[in-house]
Ligand binder design. Structure first.
Ligand SMILES: [Zn+2]
Length: 421
């Protein structure tokens, strides 16, 4: 039974689990609270809907989208790529596989056949157009290293798109910002194709070489002039100190977009902005939302054992605040929420507060560190060397503490426990 895999103190019995299960499964178990009689009973949930409720539309979306989940992070990622808006729109349509290729036109009875009019391949679909038609076969080997090319050209189409959009530079072969170059090249391939078909440009071998080189030049130009859409940090937003006698914790989670490896981190600071302690922990694999809940959970259990009895917790996840206000609205993370609420009911004063990401940078850095730590987590009595300057900067520029603890911000972004507001 699952309960046989827990220790007498209620934690997972890792000594047994480790010998029985592969590490990928263990990573997923770290993020699951062990069974506990205080939690509500287990229920079945529909994984293709965020709220775990079944709906026909989510089932349809799942079946139609070539296994790309409607809440997949790639849908949002497209719109933050530093490329022009027309390239983003192109990617969006591509992920939906709605371009009017011959395969699609044939399917809709708009064309006599699905054959590619450029290379006479039997099916001109979006995959053929972006990876296998003559221009694509000319372009990709010029930008993708030979060692990667085979995999690049033959992996499943949607995961090929997704992985290249999410490409991260860390110790890999391709250049920084490969995802932007990739997006621009895909769009240029489409543009060239439309030119070729509708404006009858030269499609012989010389024409292909000339156009291919021109596309590579255009890619470099488009790359250099791409739009910058980084959010600007408002100058007046600063970290603020807690009131006298209170401790402030900043917590955050960090989840790798590819693979979903998750970690949490947090820091406790006193009314002068001094570092009281930090923590960070690897929590295996889970969604960003569950990771944010784990961050709050870890913060509470540590704060309690450190005997802090007046605590402000700042998170940059608004959903956490909403759930603490009305816990019944979600089946996702229900056990964790129950666990957090059990902590909150103890004999101490708590304020949970939403802050924008720019005010939660220290916790963000600590959470990122956690990916390298163990599932037991580590305690940091002093700040890690590369965070010292950030700690000093935040405490020196901090806003003075608000005098009354029940005046922390707008009603929807703060939750109080054991405080008469
Ligand atoms: Zn073709």
């Amino acid at each position: 039974m699952v309960r046989d895999m827990t220790t007498s103190s209620g934690d997972w019995d890792w000594s047994r689990l480790v010998s029985l299960l592969p590490s990928g499964i263990l990573d997923q178990i770290v993020a699951v609270p062990p069974p506990n009689e205080n939690f509500s009973t287990d229920t079945l949930g529909w994984r293709w809907n965020d709220n775990m409720d079944f709906s026909i539309s989510s089932a349809y979306d799942f079946l139609m989208s070539n296994n790309l989940h409607p809440s997949d992070a790639v849908w949002k990622r497209i719109w933050t790529l530093e490329v022009s808006q027309r390239v983003r729109v192109f990617l969006w349509v591509t992920l939906h596989q709605r371009h009017l290729t011959n395969a699609e036109r044939f399917r809709r009875h708009l064309a006599p056949s699905a054959v590619c009019s450029i290379c006479s391949h039997a099916i001109e679909d979006i995959d053929h157009m972006l990876r296998h038609c003559s221009m694509a076969r000319y372009l990709w080997p010029r930008v993708v290293p030979p060692s990667m090319l085979d995999e690049f050209l033959h992996r499943p189409f949607i995961s090929w798109l997704r992985d290249n959009i999410f490409y991260q530079h860390s110790n890999r072969v391709l250049a920084d910002d490969w995802n932007c170059r990739f997006a621009i090249l895909c769009w240029l391939l489409w543009k060239d194709r439309c030119d070729n078909i509708f404006n009858s440009v030269d499609s012989n071998r010389e024409g292909l070489l000339i156009r291919g080189n021109r596309l590579l030049d255009e890619c470099v130009r488009a790359f250099e002039t791409r739009s910058h859409s980084q959010p600007t940090i408002l100058a007046h937003q600063r970290w603020s100190k807690p009131p006298l006698g209170w401790v402030k914790a900043n917590v955050d989670a960090s989840v790798e977009i590819e693979g979903g490896k998750a970690a949490v981190g947090g820091v406790f600071r006193d009314e002068l902005g001094y570092w009281l302690g930090g923590f960070t922990r690897n929590i295996g694999c889970c969604s960003a939302f569950l990771a944010e809940l784990w961050a709050v959970h870890d913060c509470l259990s540590r704060a309690w054992s450190l005997s802090y009895r007046r605590l402000v917790i700042e998170t940059d996840c608004m959903e956490v605040i909403r759930l603490l206000k009305s816990p019944s609205t979600s089946r996702v993370g229900q056990s964790l929420i129950t666990w957090i609420l059990n902590w909150a009911q103890k004999d101490w004063q708590l304020v949970f507060r939403y802050v924008p990401r720019s005010l939660n940078r220290l916790a963000d850095r600590l959470a990122a560190l956690g990916r390298l730590s163990s599932r037991e987590g580590i305690t940091l009595p002093v700040p890690p060397t590369d965070l010292v300057s950030l700690v000093e900067e935040e405490s020196e520029s901090a806003d003075p503490a608000l005098l009354v603890a029940h005046n922390w911000g707008s009603a929807e972004s703060v939750v109080y426990f054991n405080i008469n507001v």
